[in-house]
Design a protein around this ligand. Structure first.
Ligand SMILES: [Zn+2]
Length: 332
């Protein structure tokens, strides 16, 4: 018999006794017209003892995949069948989420919440949102998964960013089948993962979805794929019943973002596919001008694979075109 969970978890106004679910919010501040700025949170506190897993969504407000996954998990996971505690934060940056934009458009000083962690108690507004979230996360979370996608500009296939240490690698591996591109975070600084690492805990950033996968069927596939990965993580750490599955091979590497060298229309090369191994110099796309004449060619900067492409063909010089994973070998 597993040990019983004896810990009541209280995060902001969400107070969940063992074996119960609570909805509530982490207070940030008051709004000028009298409302409040709250970060919604769901706490599912298991009957049995176990780790605390945080699942965070929409740190970028144009990425609705995280909220969908949190809602689906909340419908599925009953505290009676859970060992440990699940904390779901569907929309970490509420003003950005409400605006449907990457950051809060009213906060131009600390716009991108994924670059300013752990924020500041007395900082710009988004720094305060980050600070409110980071305080509670540091206090309770053992593992944290931040769900991202290509947002308004791109589609990203299954990709994990992690710090290179054994505990992060274990969490990345626990994502299961299909999650075989595991890139090193170039600088694990300024995001929730970094805050977890600094606190001696473990967090990863995962990417799937974006604006070219928001048709009903495509969105269902993205949300189910992410949700199954969350279930697999919970199986891996013994939080729910079932046998975890793992990717047979996992690739290591680093990201390289390919930006548009010129403006025009972005035209992917024939046969270009996500996750297909490519050699350095292989064609990715061309950019054609308003007359249809080719003005620039994008090619693979190294051996590796494409994990993201822009969603809107119209492109301006300097905008994202392609997220390329430079693979350097297999992870064991
Ligand atoms: Zn994002």
């Amino acid at each position: 018999m597993p040990d019983l969970n004896k810990r009541t978890v209280e995060i902001g106004s969400a107070r969940a006794e063992p074996g119960s679910v609570a909805r509530g919010a982490m207070r940030v501040t008051e709004n000028p017209a009298g409302g409040v700025l709250d970060i919604p949170v769901i706490v599912i506190n298991g009957v049995n003892a176990g780790p605390c897993l945080w699942i965070d969504g929409s740190i970028h407000g144009d990425e609705p995949e995280g909220p969908f996954v949190c809602q689906k998990i909340a419908r599925e996971i009953a505290p009676a069948a859970l060992s440990g505690t699940l904390v779901l934060v569907p929309a970490m940056n509420p003003p950005a989420y409400e605006a449907g934009q990457r950051g809060n458009p009213l906060d131009t000083f600390s716009y991108d919440m994924n670059r300013i962690y752990p924020g500041r108690a007395d900082g710009y507004l988004t720094e305060r949102v980050a600070w409110a979230h980071a305080q509670w996360m540091r206090k309770f979370a053992d593992y944290e998964i931040s769900i991202h996608s290509g947002g308004a500009h791109s589609y990203l296939a299954e990709t994990i960013f992690m710090n290179e240490d054994p505990a992060s690698d274990e969490l990345a591996r626990a994502m299961g089948r299909g999650w075989d591109l595991v890139l090193s975070a170039l600088s694990p600084k300024g995001n929730p993962m970094a805050t977890m690492l600094e606190a001696g805990k473990t967090g990863i950033t995962v990417e799937l979805g974006g604006r070219s996968a928001t048709s009903p069927e495509a969105m269902r596939r993205v949300v189910e794929t992410l949700t199954e990965a969350m279930r697999n993580v919970m199986r891996h750490y013994g939080m729910i019943a079932g046998t975890p599955q793992y990717a047979e091979k996992r690739w290591r590497g680093v990201q390289e973002g390919l930006l548009a060298p010129t403006s025009g229309l972005f035209v992917p090369a024939p046969g270009v596919e996500f996750a297909k191994p490519m050699k350095k110099g292989a064609a990715i796309a061309s950019i054609v001008d308003i007359w249809g004449d080719t003005r620039a060619e994008l090619v693979a900067p190294a051996d590796g694979r494409i994990f993201g492409l822009r969603a809107l063909p119209n492109v301006m010089t300097g905008e994202w075109c392609c997220f390329f994973g430079k693979t350097t070998g297999l992870r064991v």
